[in-house]
Design a protein around this ligand. Structure first.
Ligand SMILES: Nc1ncnc2c1ncn2[C@@H]1O[C@H](COP(=O)(O)OP(=O)(O)OP(=O)(O)O)[C@@H](O)[C@H]1O
Ligand SMILES: [Mg+2]
Length: 499
């Protein structure tokens, strides 16, 4: 037995993150850690990795009790973690991030740049990651950052590697590479703890599974002895299906038309029309330009050319503010950076975009604001101590839900959802789908960008596919994954992972 946690407790102010976290991990096994958003998974793992101290419980490493006061102490025992939120230094290069705080320091205390860059390049090449050692991390997409985090953990050569949702922003081929790395680590006798919300990937990597619910370990089993339905039941504490069934709504008038919009280098003359009542899927590989397209339409990035029409009228959108005024909402992919004011309360984040709706003559109707906050926190099952909890202190998945709540509360007419279910647990996914469905039924037009083909097939009335910056085809909602992949697939090039 490598790691043993028993009855671990952790409170943050008024929030109980863990009341009875237990987990045993053997050498050479891949152990899945599952649970709903806010169940305490990341907190338990941060304790193991020395980022936070437990309030109580037993923590044994190779049979002896330990207590880490800092991540370096965990690292010294051979424990490394790939984090859910990027902890990289944005202004440094990939190579510098990989070796930050490591041995590559010469006697004068200066980093041996060329040597470091060489080693980083070799590592990247070994895993065939579409990255370059001298790129600055701040220029990377979420997927790119995730790959750097993974490389960083692999470099440290540990005996326990913790992956906190490593594949949530990755493409299929990169996900396969992560699985390959996990298997390789196991073959080398290392143990891996793996957190994911993508139930389809469980069987590809895991040996055993432990399920947390509300800060408590409720079940541990070998994967071969538990069905996915049972896993879901243990996670959410009730029966539920992973499938969402949507009936198409009545399609009405055109709400958004985009004509030949371009934005170098990733968006090339993309045209599309969104109609009231309709959910249009936008499929494609990571790096195909889907997020960049949304950002150009929403005015986050300036489009180089093209025209946007709202309800038939040409509009000029040069900033997100103008986009909001025109009735657009963007639920961005990189929510850590564009979606939330992490140092403000979660409630305020949710009501922020809707304040004009609940103010008269500049006076805020606090009761109405409170109603918006309560409604959406409940609807999206946002788990927080109270609406006053800082948004940055929510669990990863709950932050995602707060961004969605913020924009849904705004009652826009056109919604651009960029990867709406990323990092969200099964129960909340169904809620998000329900909300999208209701928006469509109430006459909104929705663009759903998703890399989860099964989810597009459940939700979309029709599916557009993007490849290398262009729309490569349109398919009916009841198409097959193969048809989508046929239009989406083509080698992606390195330039598509940095802007
Ligand atoms: N620094 C903190 N301050 C206050 N509350 C916190 C802090 N860190 C975590 N929490 C709370 O502890 C609970 C558990 O959070 P944790 O991040 O461990 O969940 P999780 O299982 O990883 O969820 P997810 O699947 O969404 O990532 C949540 O309610 C969260 O709001
Ligand atoms: Mg987490």
């Amino acid at each position: 037995m490598l790691l043993h946690l028993g009855g671990i407790q952790k409170r943050f102010g008024g929030v109980t993150a863990l009341k009875n976290g237990s987990l045993s991990v053997r050498q050479g096994e891949v152990h899945l850690l599952l649970g709903e958003n806010g169940a305490g998974k990341s907190t338990l793992m941060k304790i193991v990795a020395g980022l936070i101290a437990p309030d109580g419980g037993t923590f044994e490493w190779r049979g002896s009790p330990v207590r880490f006061r800092a991540p370096v102490e965990a690292a010294a025992h051979g424990i490394a973690m790939v984090h859910q939120e990027s902890l990289l230094a944005p202004h440094l290069t990939i190579a510098e991030n990989l070796f930050l705080g490591r041995e590559e320091v010469c006697r004068a205390g200066l980093l041996k740049r060329s040597r470091m860059r060489e080693r980083a390049a070799a590592l990247i090449a070994q895993h065939k990651f579409p990255l370059q050692a001298d790129w600055r991390v701040e220029k990377l997409t979420p997927a790119g950052k995730q790959l750097v985090e993974i490389c960083r953990a692999v470099v440290s050569g540990s005996s326990l590697m913790i992956f906190d949702e490593p594949t949530s922003s990755l493409s299929e081929s990169e996900t396969r590479e992560v699985f390959r790395i996990v298997r390789e680590l196991r073959e080398r006798g290392m143990a891996v703890i793996y957190i994911t919300h993508r139930l389809e990937e469980l069987r590809a990597v895991g040996d055993r599974v432990t399920i947390l619910r509300d800060g408590e370990t409720v079940h541990t089993a070998p994967l071969g002895e538990i069905t996915n339905d049972e896993i879901i039941r243990q996670m959410v504490g009730r029966e539920m299906s992973a499938l969402y069934h949507r009936e198409p709504a009545k399609v009405g008038e055109e709400l958004l038309r985009v004509e030949r919009i371009s934005r170098k280098p990733l968006v090339k003359e993309v045209s599309l029309t969104l109609r009231a009542g309709e959910i249009t899927g936008l499929a494609g590989l990571v790096g195909a330009g889907r997020s960049e397209f949304c950002r150009a339409v929403f005015g986050v990035d300036h489009a180089d050319s093209g025209q946007v029409y709202i309800a038939g009228k040409p509009v000029e959108i040069n900033s997100p503010r103008q986009a909001v005024q025109a009735g657009l909402a963007l639920i961005p992919e990189d929510r850590q950076h564009y979606g939330l004011a992490t140092l403000r309360p979660v409630g305020e984040n949710i009501s922020l975009a809707s304040l004009p709706l609940v103010s008269t003559f500049g006076f805020l109707n606090q009761r109405a604001e409170r109603r918006i906050i309560d409604t959406y926190m409940a609807r999206l099952r946002i788990r927080a101590g109270s609406p006053k909890q800082l948004a940055g202190r929510l669990s990863g998945g709950n932050q995602q839900k707060a961004v969605i709540a913020k924009w849904v509360a705004r009652r826009a007419r056109v919604f651009l959802f960029d990867e709406p279910t990323r990092g969200i647990d099964v129960g909340a996914k169904a809620e998000v789908f329900q909300v999208m469905d209701e928006l469509a039924r109430s006459g909104a037009a929705i663009l759903m960008v998703s890399s989860e083909i099964p989810e597009l097939l459940q939700m979309a009335d029709r599916i557009l596919v993007m490849r290398q910056g262009r729309i490569s085809g349109e398919l009916p909602g009841r198409t097959t994954p193969e048809q989508i992949m046929r239009l989406a697939a083509l080698e992606t090039t390195t330039s598509e992972f940095a802007s």
